[in-house]
Write a protein that binds this ligand. Structure first.
Ligand SMILES: [Zn+2]
Length: 349
């Protein structure tokens, strides 16, 4: 079968110099695994880290890819929930399932967990014609959701669902500020908040503001403007302020988000794309009883909840472009530069 393989790290992000489509043996399922034919896979930034060998070296030779969707072609002897022909999508959070965190229902807090396609291998990731996963690491895809949409959703949908539903305990009618609404997690953040009938204020760069409204945001604000937080404050005034701030930007906009929260409000964060060394005015924390919550990935049940609403057409994936395995280097360069990028980039065999 075909797979996108590299056996050394890329100097200066020159992916073309390391990526090639190779012929490797088809997988056979272990007793607890399913094998599925990959119909679509989606790029994530951890592909870049993998090819750089930074911040952690990944097993070589390596197949990247943490999001894949397709149909089951073989099941192991102990598999109980899947059969040949089922449509599935990967749940790439591979936790140990036996530690205290896992058995407490917090698989995302498992210290032994690995991200499939990033830390797994050699030769175990989404960019291959067939792949294998434990049945606990695949979810059924509703009939009304295409493989492309499912692959584009998996990891980002999970992250956004866990942030708002699992961590911030979003409630109907709240006012939610989605930072960076044009990104993968941001676009799902907007849609999940609207699913809960919240007032949604989304921020983004000027070229993406129309897109944020198309996704359902009630208001869209250019967060590159120096007085962006004043604009948000004005908008949120009739609602009494912001209940939940959804962040993955970090440093540059951190403290402004804290000032916008109402008393007892919540800031939930899953990243820091502009830097981690943020200034915090602690008065906003203690006087206002602010909750600051960290969030990474989520549970398989949360992914399934998100997929359910995709099946009901209440949430959709945004797909930027589709590349063949042969053009994987070009696809990754596009993700790295981020120029004009809206939504996920897919790779297909
Ligand atoms: Zn565990």
């Amino acid at each position: 079968m075909k797979a996108v393989v590299y056996d050394k790290y890329a100097p200066n992000d020159d992916y073309k110099s390391i990526l090639s489509v190779k012929d490797i043996p088809e997988p056979t399922p272990k007793p607890n695994e399913v094998v599925f034919r990959v119909r679509a896979a989606a790029l994530n930034y951890n592909d870049i880290w993998g090819m750089r060998g930074q911040p952690v070296p990944v097993p070589l030779p390596h197949i990247s890819g943490s999001d894949a969707a397709g149909e089951v072609v073989a099941v192991g002897a102990d598999v109980t929930n899947f059969k040949v022909g089922d449509r599935v999508v990967s749940h790439s959070n591979m936790s140990c399932r036996v530690c205290e965190a896992c058995t407490d229902g917090r698989e995302y807090d498992c210290t032994k967990r690995t991200i499939w396609g990033f830390q797994t291998g050699p030769l175990w990731g989404a960019y291959s014609e067939f792949t294998h996963l434990p049945e606990v690491n695949v979810a059924k895809v509703p009939d009304s959701v295409s493989f492309d949409e499912a692959a584009a959703a998996s990891m980002t949908l999970l992250t956004s669902w866990h942030m708002l539903v699992g961590r911030a305990r979003i409630r109907p009618g709240q006012t939610v500020l989605i930072m960076g609404g044009g990104s993968g997690v941001g676009s799902f953040g907007i849609q999940i908040a609207k699913l809960y009938n919240c007032n949604v204020i989304a921020t983004g760069s000027p070229d993406k503001l129309d897109k944020l409204k198309e996704l359902g945001a009630d208001f869209a604000v250019d967060h590159r403007k120096p007085d962006w937080s004043k604009e948000v404050r004005q908008i949120a005034k009739p609602f009494g302020g912001i209940d939940i701030a959804f962040d993955h930007i970090g440093q540059t906009h951190w403290n402004d988000q804290l000032t916008l929260l109402k008393y007892g409000g919540t800031l939930v964060t899953c990243g820091a794309t502009t830097g981690y060394d943020a200034k915090t005015d602690l008065r906003h924390i203690f006087f206002k009883g602010t909750n600051i919550l960290g969030s990474t990935q989520g549970t398989k049940a949360e992914l399934e909840q998100g997929l359910y609403w995709m099946g009901k057409k209440k949430i959709k994936s945004i797909i930027d472009s589709v590349y063949s395995f042969e053009n994987a280097a070009e696809a990754h360069t596009k993700m790295l530069t981020g120029k004009g990028l809206v939504g996920k980039i897919l790779l297909k065999p």
